[in-house]
Design a protein around this ligand. Sequence first.
Ligand code: TPP
Ligand code: MG
Length: 148
Amino acid sequence: MYRPRTIASNAAGLSKADYGGSPSTLCRGCGHNSIASQIIQVAFELSLRPSDVLKLSGIGCSSKSPAYFLGMSHGFNALHGRMPAVATGALAANRRMRAIGVSGDGDTGSIGLGQFKHLLRRNTRMVYVIENNGVYGLTKGQFSATAD
Ligand SMILES: Cc1ncc(C[n+]2csc(CCOP(=O)(O)OP(=O)(O)O)c2C)c(N)n1
Ligand SMILES: [Mg+2]
């Protein structure tokens, strides 16, 4: 039988609530919210120190997500599609920081494709999450590069 983990604090001495962020302003039921919840769970289980984590994003509903997790970490909200350049610079300047980027299919695959391919080419040392809903959600649903 599945039993959820019930430990109150992790090896960093923090509770799961310590990895939360601001209340989400996204639409009810939006899949972006469940991804933020999983990031909170994983950061808690890995006992990450929030002060070691850098959150990066571009523009879009997905790119708002870092506001909704790891409220005690560092964050930078870049221009639309330009987060890879900011991440590359930040990680070159600070080799100790752990970085997580959250982007959308439009942010990564449309306006940001020119930056994203160089992030991959350089194998930048970060976790890069693409929240692919097939549309430009924030601007009300135009097709993105990943739309059917
Ligand atoms: C330079 C620039 N061009 C266009 C826009 C308008 N714009 C804002 S969000 C967005 C698309 C976001 O889509 P996606 O990355 O898929 O995120 P989602 O909202 O679907 O999570 C666009 C085109 C902008 N903010 N800046
Ligand atoms: Mg999208």
